[in-house]
Design a protein around this ligand. Structure first.
Ligand code: AMP
Ligand code: GLY
Length: 420
C-alpha cells in the first residue's frame, strides 16, 4: 500500500520511521517532510492547506492511506475532504477535532457529560471576562479559545496578571476566552486510539513544557518527554478512560461526529482523581517519539484498523517494558525567534550509542545539515529505568555538535527523583 504522511516535525519523523518498518508498506510519500523523514519517504511538494492538491496527489499516486500528523489540517477539515473522496485517513474530521480546536467546545461537552475537569466560564466580551474573574480565587487560569500552539494559556497568580491576560486576548477582534479554576497535582498524558466506537490505550507519557531546567521560563511546544509515566498507574488510567475518554467518545458518536484517530488527553492527577486539562486531536510532539520507540507492533496495520473502524478485531498494542526518554535540542532563541542556519554534526556518532535521533526543524544546506526551526532534533533513547534512559539520551545529546542550539539537562527529573 502507498501511504502519504503529512507534517514535518519530530513526531512525523518518528511516525515515518515506524511506518517504514511495516511489511504492508509499498511506498511512503511525505509533505512537507524534513531530512530525517526523507530517509524513509519520498518528499513531495504539495501545500497541505490546499486540500484539492492533496486529493489530486492521492489519486495520481494510488495512495491507499493518508496519515495526518499535526492539528491544523484536522481542524481545517482535511480529513473530511479526503474521506469524501473515499480515501482512508488517520485523524479525526473537523467537528470532532474541535476537541483540540476549541477549548469552549470541550468544556461545554465535559459539562454536559459530567466529565471531571476544572470549573470554568466562557466569555465572549472583555467586560464579561473581567467581571467573571471575581468568581474565581487565585491562581486562576486564562485561556484564549482556538488553536494557540501552547501559547494561549496564562496561569495568573495576581489579579493584575489575570486582568492583563484578559486584555491581551481581547486585543484581537472576535476573541473569546475560557477562565478556569486552577487544578493542583501532577500532569500526565494519556494516548487512546479509537475508531469512534472501540477504544484502546496507546500508553502514557510526561512532557516538559517550560524552556528552562527546573520547569522555568516560557512555555514551549515541549522540550522533552518520557514514556511510560508511572504516576498514571493502571488504576488511574482505567479511571481516566472510564470517567473522561470513554464518555467523550460516546458523546461525539451520539452527535453524529464520531472521533477516529488518536486522542491525547492532558490530565491533572488531583487528590480526588484524574481531571481533564485539555484534549489534543493528534499525537504529542515529542511524546510521539517516545511512544514509537516503545511500540513493538505494526503501526501501519494498527492505524489502518483505526481508520477502517476495525479496532475491535485487533490485539491490544504492545510496548517494550523499558522507559523511552527524549531530549529536544532547540535553536538558540526558541521559543522566541530561533537562530536558524546553524550547522549540526555528529548524528551518526549519537546513533552509534544506540539512541535514535529524530529530525524536527532541520534542512540540508548543500551537504550540511542545518537548523531550520525552533525545535531541531529529538534525541531518544531506551533504558531499563527512567534514570538509565536519561543517561543514555544525554550521552547521545553530548555526541551531537550543534553550537547554535541548546537543550534542557533535566528531562525526566520527576521520575528520576522518585527512583531509589
Ligand atoms: P493547555 O494548553 O490547556 O494544555 O494548558 C497549558 C498548560 O497550562 C498545561 O499543561 C498546564 O500546565 C497548565 N494548565 C492549564 N489549565 C490548567 C488548570 N486548570 N489548572 C492548572 N494548570 C493548568
Ligand atoms: N508536547 C505537547 C504537545 O504536543 O501538545
Amino acid at each position: 500500500m502507498n501511504v502519504l504522511l503529512l507534517g514535518s516535525g519530530g513526531r512525523e519523523h518518528a511516525l515515518a520511521w515506524k511506518l517504514a518498518q511495516s511489511p504492508l508498506l509499498e511506498r511512503l510519500y511525505a509533505a512537507p517532510g524534513n531530512p530525517g523523514i526523507a530517509e524513509h519517504a519520498e518528499i513531495v511538494d504539495i501545500a497541505v492547506n490546499d486540500h484539492r492538491a492533496v486529493i489530486d496527489f492521492c489519486l495520481r499516486h494510488s495512495i491507499g492511506f493518508v496519515v495526518i500528523g499535526p492539528e491544523a489540517p484536522l481542524v481545517a477539515g482535511l480529513a473530511d475532504n479526503l474521506r469524501t473522496m473515499g480515501l482512508a485517513v488517520f485523524g479525526p474530521n473537523k467537528v470532532p477535532a474541535q476537541l483540540e480546536g476549541s477549548k469552549g467546545f470541550t468544556k461545554d461537552l465535559c459539562a454536559r457529560e459530567r466529565i471531571p475537569t476544572a470549573g470554568y466560564v466562557r466569555c465572549e466580551s472583555r467586560d464579561g471576562a473581567l467581571a467573571s474573574l471575581e468568581d474565581f480565587g487565585l491562581p486562576v487560569v486564562i485561556k484564549a479559545d482556538g488553536l494557540a500552539a501552547g501559547k494561549g494559556v496564562t496561569v495568573a497568580f495576581t489579579h493584575e496578571e489575570a486582568e492583563g491576560a484578559v486584555h491581551a486576548i481581547f486585543a484581537e477582534p472576535g476573541a473569546s476566552v475560557v477562565i478556569e479554576e486552577f487544578l493542583e497535582g501532577e500532569e500526565a498524558s494519556l494516548f487512546v486510539l479509537t475508531d469512534g466506537e472501540t477504544l484502546v490505550s496507546f500508553g502514557s507519557a510526561q512532557d516538559h513544557k517550560r524552556v528552562g531546567d527546573g520547569d522555568t521560563g516560557p512555555n514551549t511546544g515541549g522540550m522533552g518527554a518520557y514514556s511510560p509515566a508511572p504516576v498514571l498507574t493502571p488504576a488511574l488510567e482505567a479511571r481516566a478512560i472510564d470517567e473522561i475518554v470513554r464518555p467523550t467518545i460516546a458523546a461525539l458518536a451520539r452527535m453524529g461526529a464520531p472521533y477516529s484517530g488518536v486522542l491525547y488527553a492532558g490530565l491533572m492527577l488531583t487528590p480526588t482523581g484524574p481531571k481533564l486539562i485539555e484534549y489534543n486531536a493528534r499525537f504529542g510532539d515529542p511524546e510521539c517519539q517516545v511512544l514509537m520507540m516503545r511500540y513493538t507492533g505494526d503501526l501501519l496495520q494498527l492505524m489502518l484498523a483505526v481508520a477502517k473502524g476495525e479496532l475491535a478485531g485487533q490485539p491490544a498494542p504492545t510496548f517494550a517494558a523499558r522507559t523511552a526518554l527524549t531530549v529536544v535540542m532547540a535553536a538558540n532563541g526558541y521559543p522566541g525567534t530561533p537562530e536558524t542556519g546553524g550547522a549540526i554534526a555528529g548524528i551518526e556518532r549519537a546513533e552509534a550509542t544506540g539512541a535514535k535521533v529524530f529530525h524536527a526543524g532541520t534542512r540540508m544546506d548543500g551537504d550540511t545539515l542545518v537548523a531550520a526551526g525552533g525545535r531541531v532534533l529529538s534525541v531518544t533513547a531506551l533504558g531499563e529505568t527512567a534514570k538509565a534512559a536519561q543517561a543514555a539520551a544525554y550521552a547521545a545529546v553530548d555526541a551531537i555538535d550543534f553550537p547554535t542550539g541548546f537543550s534542557r539537562r533535566d528531562i525526566g527529573w520527576r521520575e528520576v527523583a522518585r527512583q531509589p
